[in-house]
Each structure stands twice: as C-alpha cells, then as structure tokens.
Design a protein around this ligand. Sequence first.
Ligand code: GAR
Length: 212
Amino acid sequence: MPTRHPCSIGILVSGRGSNMLAILRAVEAGRVGGARVAVVLSDRPGARALKVAERRGVPAVWVDPKGAASREDYDKKLAAALEAAGVSPGKGLVLLAGFMRLLSPWFVKRFGGRLMNVHPSLLPSFPGLDAQRQALEHGVKVAGCTVHFVVPEVDAGPIVAQAAVRVEPTDTEETLAARILAQEHRIYPLAVKLFVEGRLKIEGRRVVIDRR
Ligand code: GAR
C-alpha cells in the first residue's frame, strides 16, 4: 500500500517518455523528497514510455480510449486507474509528460492544483501543437520550455518554471527541439521536487516559490 510516501505520482504519457524517464531517475536518486512514481498511464498502446517504465519496475498501463462515450468518460477511466494506484486527488500529483490528449474540465477540477504539464515553448508564446516549429517560423531568437499547472484552457495555467535556449540561425525543428528537451529534463524534475516539498503556492495566475 502506498502509505509511507509523502506524495504518490502518476504520469500520463503518449509517446517516447524522455521527460517521464528524467522524473523516474530523479525519484530513484532520491532527489524528489521521498516521492514515488505509482503508475504510468498511456492513451496509446505502443507508447515507448510504457516499456521504459515497465523496465524500471513501474506499473505501466494503456488506458484504451475506445469505448469511452466522451472525453469526460475517458478521463474517469484515467482517474480510476490513478486512484487505484494510490494517486489520490487530495494528496497525489499527476504529471503530463508528452500526453497528447486534451483533458476534460472534470479531470482538471478533480486534480486541480496537483496537475502539471511540460510544454516546449516559453508560454504564453506558442501554445498547442508543434511549438518548436511555431517558434522557428516566428523567427524568435530565444525559445525554451515551461512547466505549468494545468487549467482547462490549453497551455495556460500558472507557470512554475521556465528555461530559455538560444535559437541558432542554422536550427531545424529537430535541433531546436533537442536543445529545448535537454532543458525540459532539467526543470521538470526540479518543479516536481518543489511541489513535493510543499514549496509551491498558486496565487491567481502566479506561482510563488518558497526559496527557503
Ligand atoms: C516534449 O517535448 C513535451 O514538452 C511535449 O512533447 C514532448 C514529449 O517528449 N509536450 C507537448 O508538446 C505538450 N503540449 P517525451 O515523450 O520524450 O517526454
């Protein structure tokens, strides 16, 4: 039973899972205040992240979207799987790590304030899909990534952490994405650590960090 851990984490993925792996490694190394990753859930059966999690001994489950009558109906399946693994709305933490489905207002409300996402742009610039391509096409000289709390509006919640990278004149979408991803792997585990240590307070649009 998941009782001795201060915070049980559930991670939602759809693909490669490199952010999930960065978080798993940080937790395994004891860099996240004794939290544990209780379960990894995917909406896609072939997600590489599921295999990566399994290999590290973390329960990894495909939650099939087929058969769900609505977005909320599917999200209720997700919530049930999370809660069965000990990730409770009042105490757990749910992390989106390349999870490419929109969540219903029902789910966001249920895990409100305990639900974070990483996005490959300096929000509020370039929300939504293909953020790195949007940045290149816009011609920005600085790009980056953002960890934020999730609200019903896409990529719009209170910002926990950001990191900037230079955009080089020779960058392609792939080279820029790789430079940004390295920063995602750095700031997402850090944001999780701050949350687990109880050092994040949401005040309206702002996240106040207790710097101790
Ligand atoms: C990451 O770059 C993440 O920021 C992005 O998907 C990638 C997932 O990679 N997420 C979004 O664009 C969400 N809007 P990963 O599966 O290797 O962590």
